[in-house]
Structures are given as C-alpha cells and as structure tokens.
Design a protein around this ligand. Structure first.
Ligand SMILES: [Zn+2]
Length: 253
C-alpha cells in the first residue's frame, strides 16, 4: 500500500517537474497560470491533468484540438514515479527518502533542460547546494563535514578543470552550470561520491560521444551537454557508491 502511495506521489511530482522543465528556461512562473494546451491555448482541466492516467485516457491528444501531447509528459511522470518507488524501498517512510527524492527530482529537471537548452538553471543547483548542506544536519546517511567537503571538492575540481581548459584552449569547455551541479551533488552525497561521479560521468560521456560520432559522422555539430552524464553518475553513486568503493579497494592491483 505504501509503495502504491510512493508511486502516486512520484507521478504527481513528475507532473510538476514537467512544468518546471518547460517554464524555468523561459523564466516564467512555475505556479501561475495553470497548464494549457500549447496549440489551442485552452486551459487543461484538473481531470485531464492526472499524471500518466490522463495521457492514456486522452490517447496522447488534446481534448479540444486533438493535437498530440508530447510523450515527454508521461515519460517524466513515469521516471519520477519509478525513482520515488525505488528510493522508498531503499529508505522507507523517512526524511532520508524525501531528501534523496528531491535530489533525484532536481537531477531529472536539470537533465532534460540541459538536453534541450544546454544550460543548467541556477535556480535549482544553487538552492540545492544549500539544501543538501542543511539536510546533512538531520539525515543519518551523511555528516555535515562530508557534505561540506563534497561541495568544495565538487565545485573546486570542476572549476579547476574549466579554468585550465579555458587557459589552454582559449575557449570555454565546460560551463559554470556543471561546476554548480557537481557542488550540489557533493552537498547531497559527500566527497567520495563526487570522485565517483566524475569518473562515471566521464566514462559514460566518452562512450556516448564516440557512439554519436561514429553514427552521425565527425562533422556532427551539436555540443553534447555534460549535465545529464553528471546526473546519471550521481544516481549510480547514490545507490552503489559503497559497493563500487568496496570492490575497488578489494580488487585493485
Ligand atoms: Zn489543444
């Protein structure tokens, strides 16, 4: 029963994340006005705004003008619901569950916005850094010092790389958004997870880059944003950092 509630809660939050994804890059209010069809501008009634369910009932089309509704809506709702369920099964009904769920929700918004616009909004990463640090005072999974070191290491290391890159190649390689995102990841997960996140995201990012270059050709111009890889690396670190570090310490050399 509690698992079902965590799924419904997750899908509802996912529905709100969709609003954030569309409105934050345009610097619009995420509270007002209510949702409306982007084509015919008709306001969406509450019964047509039920996460996942409404999309299926309306068969993916607007009730009034029948234009297709983006698959992104149910996709984000589904992913957020799944994330909520998995975190609930790991942490149970606790503050830790809410803490890590809000972290993952933030990563979902950042990932999609970065994919569309190649920006990571400060309105998520900067409050995220503060929230992670404050929550470390109450959450048993992370100490205040670990969170603080995570921020310094996350922000510091990428800042160093970005500065070095700019100095060497005379152009910006990594955005300041990535620096703030990794600082936020450090605030929530601690300094060890920052190292793991850098390693995992570089690895997955390189493999993805090679695959895209091979399939699209070398003159492919779209700059692949790094935020989604940092987010993915952070989620893997959230669930498996102890296992990976244990495995590394045991089998190295
Ligand atoms: Zn419409």
């Amino acid at each position: 029963m509690a698992s079902v509630i965590s799924i419904i809660f997750g899908a509802t939050v996912g529905s709100f994340l969709n609003v954030c994804i569309f409105r934050l890059p345009k610097e619009e209010s995420i509270i007002w006005p209510g949702s409306h069809c982007p084509l015919c501008r008709k306001p969406i009634k509450f019964y047509d705004n039920i996460p996942l369910v409404s999309y299926l009932l309306l068969r993916g089309r607007c009730r009034y003008c029948h234009s297709p509704i983006s698959i992104q809506y149910p996709l984000i709702e589904g992913i957020t619901a799944l994330g909520s369920l998995i975190l609930f099964m790991k942490f149970g009904p606790s503050l830790s569950y809410l803490f890590y769920f809000s972290f993952v929700a933030g990563l979902i918004v950042i990932t999609v916005i970065d994919l569309y616009h190649q920006i990571i909004p400060d309105v998520i990463s900067l409050p995220g850094i503060g929230a992670g640090l404050l929550a470390s005072l109450i959450i048993p999974q992370i100490t205040f010092l670990n969170s603080l070191f995570g921020i310094l290491l996350g922000g510091g290391s990428l800042f160093l790389v970005a500065t070095l890159y700019q100095w060497l190649f005379k152009r910006e390689g990594m955005g300041g958004g990535d620096v703030k995102l990794l600082a936020m990841i450090g605030a929530f997960l601690g300094w060890k997870a920052v190292i793991l996140t850098i390693l995992l995201s570089s690895l997955i990012g390189s493999i993805t880059g090679i695959i895209i270059m091979v399939s699209k050709g070398k003159d492919f111009k779209y700059a692949i944003p790094f935020g989604p890889f940092l987010s993915l690396g952070a989620v893997i670190a959230l669930f498996y950092q102890n296992e990976i570090i244990f495995w590394y310490l045991r089998y190295r050399g």
